[in-house]
Design a protein around this ligand. Structure first.
Ligand SMILES: NC(=O)c1ccc[n+]([C@@H]2O[C@H](COP(=O)([O-])OP(=O)(O)OC[C@H]3O[C@@H](n4cnc5c(N)ncnc54)[C@H](OP(=O)(O)O)[C@@H]3O)[C@@H](O)[C@H]2O)c1
Length: 258
């Protein structure tokens, strides 16, 4: 079933914006979806499709962001909450960056706990709701290899932490009937990966417009029995080390190892 109400946290560009657009295009008079989209800065008029409810001023890396979102929901209960907001800053052992690391952990790993807590405390989840965290195959310890090398401490570390947070939240939320999923959306052609353009072709990169419908279909199919798991709806495509580590002929969607 498509959601009656969806909340996309971090919708100003990239995958978040594509999710809002596809949800909006799928909404119909027989199966309407009320969409809430959060941004940090106020969007220009007409930026989002008609009917989308914008909650701006939401920086998930600050305390109280969850409470601000709850206020913006105006009592509406949400079927799908998708935490898209994320940040990637490259690092090496020679040049680690304290502020960048703090940002990545705050936004990718700390924020989901506080956002979810605010939504739970305010009873903003609808019965049988789904909570989806955009993590990354970069957060899989199993998929890291000597060939690939080290570095990327803040990004991969904070995404591994986000996978752990999602797993723990799935236990907290099970008795409420809320399904929690961690998702690697594929290798996406967005601002986030601008510095990796030379890998787009070999890495099977896709646009957010291509990724979003597959992502939404997968979320629709997720069941409470899968709560607390880590999935790649596009399968091994967009996971650079998948074949090297996991072997050939992998299924799509693929359950990603921790
Ligand atoms: N791109 C990939 O290949 C890839 C692969 C695996 C996982 N992911 C994950 O998928 C998600 C979406 O990625 P993307 O490629 O669409 O990224 P993107 O184009 O760089 O967009 C990032 C989004 O996060 C928002 N954001 C960043 N910091 C925020 C903060 N402190 N508070 C609120 N919002 C904030 C941005 O808002 P502003 O416009 O205000 O900055 C923007 O809407 C991320 O979590 C990313 O880690 C991406």
């Amino acid at each position: 079933m498509p959601p009656s109400t969806a909340l996309i946290i971090g919708a100003s560009r990239g995958l978040g914006l594509a999710l809002v657009k596809v949800l909006s295009s799928r909404s119909s008079s027989t199966n309407p979806t009320t969409i809430f989209a959060t941004t940090r800065s106020p969007p220009k008029q007409g930026f989002f499709p008609k009917g989308v409810n914008v909650i701006d001023g939401i920086d998930v890396g600050t305390e109280g962001a969850g409470e601000k979102i709850v206020k913006g929901l105006k009592g509406e209960k949400v079927d799908w909450v998708v935490v898209v907001a994320g940040v990637l800053k490259k690092e090496t052992l020679e040049e680690p960056n304290w502020e960048d690391e703090m940002d990545m952990y705050r936004i990718c790993a700390v924020a989901p706990v506080f956002l979810t807590s605010a939504l739970v405390q305010s009873s903003s989840f609808a019965p049988h709701a789904k909570l989806i965290l955009l993590t990354s195959e970069g957060g899989s310890i199993t998929l890291r290899t000597q060939n690939e090398g080290g570095g990327m401490f803040g990004h991969h570390g904070s995404k591994a932490a986000a996978n752990m947070i999602g797993r723990l939240l799935s236990f907290d939320l099970k008795e409420k009937g809320i399904t929690v999923g961690m998702i690697h959306p594929g290798f996406l052609i967005t601002e986030m990966t601008e510095g990796m353009k030379e890998h787009y072709k070999k890495g099977g990169a896709i646009t957010p417009e291509v990724a979003a419908p597959v992502f939404l279909d997968f979320v629709e199919s997720l069941t409470i029995e899968q709560s607390g798991q880590f999935w790649a709806p596009n399968g091994p495509k967009g996971i650079g080390n998948a074949e090297e580590v996991l072997g050939k002929d992998l299924p799509t969607p693929l359950q990603v190892p921790w």
